[in-house]
Ligand binder design. Structure first.
Ligand code: GAL
Length: 407
């Protein structure tokens, strides 16, 4: 996959990025520990090192990042903040902003012209009370389906499903060959992603917003989504509970499973395994090609530090992470698309092309991370997970989900 910086921009960025005054240490907390993720964050570390700094890597394992965010919250509240920490877009870091614990990046943003180069909806997602408290580094979408082309060919699945019915038909065909049809990591956040993919496939943008914006879990479509979600269980292998997301991706890469419903960080794993989109593996958006693109992905925040050098290191990090050349190098490995609109995307792979198109068509959608408090999101995913992992009735599950949304 090949995002390329537009030549003059890359040159300008290279010239603009001066080195640090001395080997300033920057400790960065993140949860990028899978093969593809680790390869991607190395691009940030390399850029910071090249600028004269010392990158201190603090990876906290746990896909989806709950564990890393807990460490970050405890350390920052406890007076021992790192230089920078990863969050998702949305409301996860609003509490530490309220507590006055974060530096804002308004001057870096003004200097780098972020207001101009970021898509409008990303700007809205990342600004709090008119201030930049985070640097956005990518655009992910969590509602993708990945598949192994050889497995599907053998099963006689010849085209990408565009509806839920077609998806179930394809799953049946793969299952009939004796291969696990759907690779799932059985952890709450992954079950949550699977549920939201089904929700979009059933009712698109309207049902998504009715659920997470209006906090309304009533109606026939919502019920259909809940039932269809549970129906997927028949295609998942017994080894699913507790499995990490990247191990589920590995099942698809190795031909041990047909499909995986997962964000496009999964593509980072295919790329890391030297697999080619359209040749070895395929991708489609849950619900078809014109689906809204729920804004997912990552930002870094910068806690107030004790010594005066911290702010200089933080500004340098933010400036580097969003610079054109680093954006290209990082996103090529991460599976996401660059967050700035001024890099050349004409040669991107067939999956990323759909993301680029969604941005062009302004099909971006506020995600549940932005629409729900972290508390409500957690409670909703707990309800989804309980339903998936027990014999709870559909009625009771819907009741529990409705209560969770109102938190
Ligand atoms: C998401 C994050 C991605 C990816 C994924 C799995 O929250 O946005 O960058 O790392 O978790 O760890």
């Amino acid at each position: 996959m090949t995002f390329r910086p537009l030549a003059p921009m890359a040159l300008a960025a290279g010239l603009a990025l001066s080195g640090l005054a001395h080997a300033q240490k920057a400790e960065v907390i993140h949860w990028w520990t899978s093969g593809g993720e680790a390869a991607a964050i190395k691009e940030f570390a390399a850029a910071y090192t090249k600028a004269g700094g010392t990158w201190v890597d603090t990876p906290i394992a746990g896909g989806g990042g709950a564990q890393a965010r807990t460490v970050m919250a405890n350390r920052t509240m406890g007076g021992d903040p790192p230089t920078a920490a990863q969050y998702n877009y949305g409301r996860q870091y609003e509490e530490i902003i309220k507590e006055g614990l974060l530096n804002n990046l308004d001057d870096v943003a003004a200097k780098g012209n972020w207001d101009k180069l970021l898509p409008e909806k990303i700007k809205n997602a990342v600004k709090v009370n008119g201030h930049y408290y985070a640097v956005p580094v990518n655009l992910h979408n969590e509602n993708w389906v990945w598949y192994n082309k050889a497995v599907l060919a053998k099963a006689g699945v010849t085209k990408d499903p565009t509806t839920l019915d077609e998806f179930f038909a394809a799953l049946d065909k793969v299952k009939a060959t004796g291969v696990t049809a759907l690779a799932l990591g059985g952890q709450g956040w992954q079950e949550g992603i699977t549920f939201r993919g089904v929700l979009l496939a059933v009712g698109g943008r309207d049902l998504y917003l009715k659920t997470f914006k209006d906090k309304d879990a009533s109606g026939a479509d919502f019920r259909k989504a809940v039932e269809s979600f549970k129906k997927l269980k028949a295609y998942v292998d017994p080894g699913s509970p507790g499995r990490d997301w990247n191990l589920a991706t590995a099942m698809v890469i190795q031909g041990k499973a047909g499909f995986q419903m997962m964000g496009d960080w999964a593509k980072g794993e295919f790329v890391n395994a030297n697999k080619v989109a359209g040749k070895d593996y395929g991708c489609f958006m849950a619900g078809g090609p014109k689906m809204p693109y729920a804004i997912g992905g990552d930002v870094f925040v910068f806690p107030k530090g004790k010594d005066k050098d911290t702010a200089a290191a933080q500004k340098k990090l933010a400036e580097l992470m969003i610079s054109p050349a680093v954006q290209v190098a990082f996103n090529n490995k991460k599976g996401s698309i660059p967050i700035r609109t001024d890099v050349d995307t004409s040669k991107v792979d067939i999956c990323a092309q759909q993301g680029v198109q969604a941005v062009k068509e302004n099909r971006l959608l506020q995600s549940d991370n932005e629409l729900l408090s972290p508390d409500a999101k957690g409670a909703f995913e707990d309800a989804v997970s309980k339903f998936w992992n027990s014999d709870q009735s559909t009625d009771d599950a819907i009741k529990a989900m409705a209560i969770a949304l109102k938190r």
